[in-house]
Design a protein around this ligand. Sequence first.
Ligand code: TRP
Length: 328
Amino acid sequence: MKDQVVLTGIKPTGVLHLGNWAGAIRPAVELSHKSGLKAYFFIADYHALISSKSPDKLREYTYGAAATWIALGLDPSQVVFYRQSDIPEVFELNWILACFSPKGLMNRAHAYKMQMQNNPTIDVNMGLYAYPILMAADILIMNSNWVPVGSDQQQHVEITRDLAHRFNRQYHTEVFTLPEALMSLAGVVIPGLDGRKMSKSYDNTIPIFAPPEQLRKLIFHITTNSSGIHDRKDEETSTIFQLYQLFSTPEQMEVLKIQYQTGIAWGDAKEGLYSLLEAQLREPREHYETLMKDPQELERVLREGASQAREVASKTLERVRHTLGIRR
Ligand code: TRP
């Protein structure tokens, strides 16, 4: 049987944080080690352009994202790892799909809708409006079966399915594979420093590769309630508990549970979370720092990935053009 294709992208708009690691990077990397799967992971740099207009930042975050994935276990000899902007075929398919995208469907896409609700006076660029179409091109060009994403991206994968289906129906073909979203932490909210969802837009994140002192300092900034050392502590409302749960073994978790019942000082709980994370991040952080000092090597890896990705992309595009009546 042919390998199933799993594909995911990450938008380089900031420094990656623990929420990105537990929610997106870690599950995708685990999946990439499974047999019977062909994995395509990429940096969606042209998606970032809808909001990010600083050349230095865009470059830095793109290399930062690439180095982060590799440092956290992505093996570029097993996964086709590339940068979206290196695949021109994606942008041709983007236009083609735009011609099959009802405007009404884009009106309902959540990123655009939220922008209109929160801040209708600021300009919405066409990139934001058409965001789901470019994402559909990313997904369909590699014939993806599975798309691991956070729950905020589920709607975009459904739009992709819808567009693929419309196209197939129009031409009575099966040119496009219908993808499905894979959500490993569905329903789990990863809390940030203030207890709200960890997110760049709330400015409450813990960067994955913060230096040890900064990591510790941030963890000590996590909001806690006023219960004293000997008070029984509530697990559900404790950010420390929830973060601990994401990164610990079941045995480590048992110990913390007992401490929450019998009493623990918040300072000790924070120290525990810091040690837990530092033990897992020390080596990857070193790897990350080495990679960041050598952008040429990152460039080489990404280009090598792009050349493999283009082999698949150009074949898909050939089939699509033929279907449309563009070229023989
Ligand atoms: N939109 C995704 C995000 O914001 C990134 C992305 C771009 C993506 N293209 C994709 C994810 C294709 C999965 C598949 O994180």
